[in-house]
Write a protein that binds this ligand. Structure first.
Ligand SMILES: Nc1nc2c(ncn2[C@@H]2O[C@H](COP(=O)(O)OP(=O)(O)OP(=O)(O)O)[C@@H](O)[C@H]2O)c(=O)[nH]1
Ligand SMILES: [Mg+2]
Length: 443
């Protein structure tokens, strides 16, 4: 089966790129360009035709032809660069759909083929998706690291170290009667202990990689009518939440996604905290209080002219929060003092909001040590596999190796399997075989 899809965004645009992958790619290209010889890995200047009626679809276009296996998918692949109007794209799609054994690709199918044909590992496939979807600078940087294979190399190194220890243990099992020095087992144990601690460090990373990928949760909470929804609208540059001078306007949690100077942030506006009887507002307040416990950062908004601050709000303020004393245009003298980060601002006049943004960035980067560039886990899937791997290493370390050698070997085998499945490598036996063979020759 041959597949095709639009690889660039939907037009109208100067150029659109359609990819075709599959065994008959060249045949299809020859048919729709009428070119006698299509040069590989070079630009072919051409016209595209509808072979049914010989009418020209695009009079000036380019064709790039990459014979497999040296192509993105590992199969024969062509890139058709055509004028990016919807009409040209649709006409060419119609022609391709009328070809035998040719269908529209499913989402991600080209990359799936690349994985299946061993062109890329799973981590790279995921990171290509992340790079395509990256919206902020942090997300782009993280995806670039993964596309370049930083995480894959790291996991592969760890995995190979486990396999080496496993080879020692296998040798001890197979050549029990020979005098393999006890030292060998001790070294294997020590190496696994180090790997265990490396994996623990990766797991206990405050979920930074996932946060960069999915966004940091920042919550706007505080007094009623203090300007929380106004702040949400100002930061997201659109009217997301209703603003009104009526206290208790917001009840539901309103979320919006934004790029705060490179920081991906999921910003939530909530109901103001106060003591009320109204059932709906009460529910909104309890939602807000619950959410404030899970978020990465709380911005507590207080009207600078307020006389008394509700106790529940006071309790929310700690060194991990930022207090925004709002409406400085009404009262410009700071009315409340807190020994935490406080910004006196006016949302209405967009005064000192830049200071608030800087504080948000500062807090997030401190809490998640963003300067450290070793974030490896970007998905829950990786975390689950690492946890499973660590569990097996735990089992191994707990065993008395002099008695349970076979079982200890099985623990390590499982550990390599979990680690390998992060990047999509599961054929442990093969690598194990080669290392073990070398070990025996060297003995
Ligand atoms: N003077 C002044 N008024 C503001 C400022 N920010 C917001 N307001 C006004 O304060 C009122 C309440 O604003 P909202 O943004 O709805 O406040 P809220 O905290 O979301 O209110 P609830 O959802 O009811 O808790 C509106 O009339 C806003 O126009 C400000 O910086 N200065
Ligand atoms: Mg509101």
């Amino acid at each position: 089966m041959n597949i095709y899809a639009l690889s660039s965004g939907r037009g109208p645009s100067g150029i659109a790129i359609i990819r075709i992958s599959g065994k008959e790619t060249l045949k299809i290209c020859e048919k729709i360009t009428k070119l006698k010889s299509i040069k590989s890995n070079e630009v072919n200047f051409c016209k595209f035709y509808d072979p049914k009626n010989d009418k020209v679809i695009d009079p000036e276009a380019l064709l790039l032809w990459f014979p497999g296996p040296n192509s993105y998918t590992g199969e024969d692949l062509a890139e058709l660069q055509i004028h990016g109007s919807n009409a040209v794209i649709n006409a060419l799609f119609k022609v391709l759909s009328e070809e035998e054994n040719c269908r529209l690709a499913e989402p991600g199918e080209f990359t799936k083929l690349a994985f299946q044909n061993d062109k890329i590992d799973l981590l790279k496939a995921e990171s290509i998706g992340d790079l395509i979807n990256s919206e902020t600078e942090f997300q782009r940087e993280q995806a670039v690291k993964l596309v370049q294979g930083n995480a894959s190399n790291y996991y592969n190194d760890l995995r190979e170290k486990i396999i080496k220890s496993l080879a020692y243990i296998e040798a001890k099992i197979d050549f029990a009667e020979d005098d393999l020095p006890e030292k060998v087992l001790k070294e294997a144990h020590k190496s696994i202990k180090n790997i265990h601690s490396d994996i623990s460090n990766i797991i206990e990373d405050n979920k930074i990689g996932e946060k960069i990928r999915d966004g940091f949760h920042v919550l706007i909470t505080g007094e009623v009518n203090a300007g929380k929804s106004s702040l949400l609208n100002l930061l997201s540059k659109r009217e997301v939440a209703i603003v009104s001078d009526e206290a208790g306007t917001t009840r539901d949690i309103i979320e919006t996604y934004l790029n705060l100077d490179g920081y991906p942030v999921i910003l939530s506006d909530t109901a103001g905290i106060r003591d009320v009887k109204n059932k709906v507002e009460k529910k909104g307040i309890s939602l807000a209080l619950g959410k404030s416990k899970e978020s990465d950062l709380n911005i507590v908004v207080i009207d600078n002219s307020s006389k008394n601050i509700n106790n529940k709000i006071k309790k929310m303020i700690n060194k991990d929060t930022i207090v925004l004393l709002n409406k400085s245009d009404v009262q410009d003298k700071q009315n409340h003092k807190f020994d935490v980060d406080t910004v006196l601002a006016s949302v209405k006049n967009n005064k000192n909001i830049d200071k608030l943004i800087n504080k948000i960035k500062e807090k997030l980067s401190k809490k998640f040590s963003l300067k450290n560039n070793s974030h490896l886990i970007t998905r829950e899937r990786h975390r689950i596999k690492l946890n499973e791997c660590r569990k097996e290493l735990d089992n191994f370390l707990k065993k008395d190796q002099s008695k349970d050698l076979e079982l200890a070997a099985e623990d390590l085998r499982m550990a390599t399997r979990h680690l390998g499945s992060i990047a999509g490598k599961v054929d442990v036996e093969e690598i194990l075989g080669s290392i073990f063979k070398d070990f025996c020759i060297g003995k």
